[in-house]
Design a protein around this ligand. Structure first.
Ligand code: FAD
Length: 456
């Protein structure tokens, strides 16, 4: 039976390991930390549930639905409360509802008439040549204007990448949007004409994909994967390097031991891939160290419901940089899913730092709570003190798919070609969302299966 090593026990590595076991391989998963899950972590305390990392999983692919079914997690799945659809953008200090339909966009208060007219002009704006790599900010200003950049895209990328639209590449960070322009000449035309094609492929766009979590938070998923993998998981086992052992075998170095495998999957953050020694002694992926991962702190706070003036009806609010508040945005966690706060209380999850203000995320927990409470008081009319606090700092949170990111992807592709049997997957290669990582792990397992069938 072929032996496969999976290095990294985040959702990418866990998904891949699970699929490889199903294919009948002997799998060992090496995880540097003393727990699996990577950035996914849920804490339950005093009746509150705090998601330290991701809050929702988007069901964008049949591969995700299949995984939940295979793990028998359907009965633990939570869909969002039906009245939590509303999303807000902070404008003039007020959470202002985002439109959920074209009509709502034209009648809503979020954008001025100038921005509304810019949207009508969008189908007539010429596409940029396919070889020109633009930043997201340049792309949006060209097609939709400054106000869209300030009040839609800037807060949106703060919510997804904790990023800065001036630095992100439109082609790398939002490839589907870039493709709409290339294929249809316009985002609006692409939305209309591309709908049929998307239905055929079975892939659901992120803005339409069902959101979900579980009764005890997202860690339910990684815990269940860990349970099915059992003693194939080796915790506190940071892999230092790889070596070629004989013609088709790969040695995996952990502390003073070397294990021998037929194939290896690397499912680690870019800055760890950069440190790894490859067969021949080089650090083949050392350039990945240049990928920026800004620090982000997630701040989960509980308040008494009757001390919050805002209804908190909806998903949450994103804060544009031009509004000059300190937090990037806030999810109304207890409005979104049941069981996130005890009776009479609410849970709010805010994010601090990112590319916009990295220094804020590096402060002490007390300072981070204080600045978050100050923003929440002003925005939502909160009177009392928090009754629950949980700050979780990520010194290196989310990779920024900046202009020129393609060369990092090429490096990972060349690395696989240069080192047969070694594969790379995860958030620094295949997209930054949880959904992307699950698909990345599942597809890596398929590629490894194909390689092993051909080679042995
Ligand atoms: C604060 C925050 C909020 C987010 N919110 C959302 C959200 O709401 N929705 C969403 O879709 N996505 C969200 N994301 C993104 C998403 O959670 C991640 O992209 C995804 O979980 C990454 O999974 P991964 O397995 O690729 O990487 P990771 O989770 O980083 O796992 C990598 C693992 O590799 C291990 N490792 C590193 N080096 C070694 C080594 N040498 N040897 C062995 N093991 C090693 C690490 O310890 C880690 O466990 C969020 C991310 C963050 C940080």
């Amino acid at each position: 039976m072929s032996r496969v090593a999976v290095i990294g026990g985040g959702i990418t590595g866990l998904t891949a390991a699970h699929r490889l076991v199903e294919q009948g391989y002997e799998v060992s998963l090496f995880e540097a930390a003393d727990r699996v899950g990577g950035v996914i972590q849920t804490i339950r305390r005093d009746g509150f549930l705090a998601e330290c990392g991701p809050n929702t999983l988007l069901e964008t692919s049949p591969k995700i639905s299949q995984l939940l079914k295979d793990l028998d997690l359907e009965k633990r799945r939570l869909d969002p409360n039906p009245d939590s659809d509303a999303r807000y953008i902070l404008r003039k200090g007020e959470p202002t509802a985002m439109a959920s339909s074209p009509l709502g966009f034209f009648t809503g208060k979020l954008f001025t008439w100038r921005a509304k007219l810019a949207l009508l002009r969008e189908p007539f704006v010429r596409a940029s040549p396919s070889n020109a790599e633009e930043s997201l900010a340049e792309f949006v200003k060209r097609r939709l204007g400054q106000e869209f950049l300030d009040y839609a895209i800037n807060p949106f990328v703060a919510g997804i990448y904790a990023g800065d639209p001036d630095q992100l590449s439109v082609r790398e960070s939002f490839p589907k949007i870039w493709e709409l322009e290339q294929k249809y000449g316009s985002l609006i035309k692409g939305q209309i004409y591309g709908a049929k094609e998307r239905r055929r492929s079975g892939v659901i766009s992120k803005d339409r994909a069902p959101k979900l979590s579980f009764d005890d938070g997202l860690q339910v998923l990684t815990d269940r994967l860990a349970e099915t993998l059992g003693d194939r998981i080796r915790l506190a086992s940071p892999v230092k390097g790889l070596d070629r052992v004989g013609e088709n075998k790969i040695g995996v170095k952990v502390a003073d031991e070397i294990g021998t495998f037929d194939s290896v999957l690397l499912a680690m953050p870019a800055y760890r891939l950069a440190e790894l020694e490859f067969p021949g002694g080089e650090r083949s992926l050392s350039e990945l160290n240049e990928i920026i991962y800004p620090p982000v702190a997630s701040v989960v706070l509980g308040f008494k419901k009757d001390e919050v003036a805002h209804s908190l009806a909806g998903f949450g609010t994103l804060n544009p940089e031009v509004e000059k508040v300190k937090t990037l945005g806030t999810i109304f966690s207890s409005s979104l899913f049941p069981g996130r706060a005890p009776e009479g209380c609410v849970t709010l999850t805010s994010y601090v730092g990112g590319m916009r203000s990295p220094d804020l995320a590096m402060q002490s927990s007390e300072e981070i709570v204080a600045l978050t409470v100050e923003d929440l008081r002003a925005i939502y009319g909160i009177d009392g003190e928090p009754v629950f606090e949980q700050v979780f700092p990520y010194p290196k949170a989310i990779p920024q798919y900046g202009v020129g990111y393609g060369r990092f992807r090429d490096l990972m592709t060349h690395c696989e070609a240069d080192h047969p049997g070694i594969f790379v997957a995860g958030h620094c290669r295949d997209g930054i969302s949880l959904a992307d990582s699950i698909v990345s792990g599942a597809e890596a397992a398929e590629r490894i299966g194909g390689y092993l069938d051909q080679t042995f």
